[in-house]
Design a protein around this ligand. Structure first.
Ligand code: PGA
Length: 255
């Protein structure tokens, strides 16, 4: 981490805790993390829990993200949720281009760029995900793949430096218990920041680059101490208020 940027600790609940259990988890997170005033905190519940979770978090330091959105504002898109619906539900953030959406639901660099542009335009803060598969890492393609994914949206987030965050999530580390080591993470984060610096120094200085992939209380200290790691996007460990808040406590203690 770097004192110039506030740490951002975000929890991606994926398809878990859609109803009353989500409200409970959000309330527990807010209570456990109430005193961590040096960091920003975001939780991303499933769509059905957005409204009650926003209500439960009113007056707390925890903000709410959606896990995806459709780029169009309204129309004949059965099963989709629009940016204005997310704003109306009280979301401040939206996760875009998560590897599960890229692998299973047809998100491409082009659709991620389109959604990022819309989010920036309507005032939602995107957390845009990038990351290589195991096969891509093993053939030495990590930096190329991440650069290609980043290039699709980097100039779009330059419109408002610091408004969006980028999450580096190596696919092989997601939900596997196998995290990237601090050197592996720092190498990719530094490349991402250097690429942002090609666009503008301000963009590079202000954009928070989060690490995701089996981030937990066990490995958070080493990862969050990397100079270009500005926080985390946490899946499994975000489903327990105790684990999630422990990562927050570590970020707070480093910042
Ligand atoms: P994980 O998920 O922490 O369970 O590996 C991270 C993510 O997919 O955002």
């Amino acid at each position: 981490m770097n004192a110039a940027r506030r740490a951002l600790i975000s929890g991606n609940w994926k398809m878990n805790n859609g109803g009353a259990s989500g409200v409970q988890l959000a309330s527990d997170v807010a209570r456990a993390m109430a005193s961590f005033s040096s960091i920003d905190i975001v939780v991303a519940p499933p769509f059905t829990a957005l409204v009650p979770v926003v209500a439960a978090l009113k007056g707390t330091r925890v903000e709410v993200a959606a896990q995806n959105m459709h780029p169009k504002d309204k129309g004949a898109f059965t099963g989709e949720i629009s940016p204005s619906m997310l704003l109306e539900a009280g979301c401040k953030w939206v996760i875009l281009g998560h590897s599960e959406r890229r692998a299973m639901f047809g998100d491409t660099d082009a659709t991620v760029a389109e959604k990022t542009k819309v989010a920036m335009d309507v005032g939602l803060r995107p957390i845009v995900c990038v990351g290589e598969t195991l096969e891509e890492r093993e053939r030495g393609d990590t930096l190329n793949i991440v650069k290609r994914q980043l290039n699709a949206f980097a100039s779009i987030i330059a419109d408002k430096p610091g408004w969006a965050a980028v999450a580096y999530e190596p696919v092989w580390a997601i939900g596997t218990g196998k995290n990237a080591g601090p050197e592996e993470a720092q190498e990719v984060h530094a490349m991402i920041r250097a690429r942002l610096a090609d666009i503008s120094a301000d963009l590079a200085a202000k954009t928070r680059i989060l690490y995701g992939g089996s981030l937990s209380p066990k490995n958070a200290d080493a990862l969050l101490r990397c100079p270009d790691v500005d926080g985390g996007l946490i899946g499994g460990a975000a489903l327990k208020a105790e684990d999630f808040s422990k990562v927050g406590e570590i970020a707070q203690s480093i910042s």
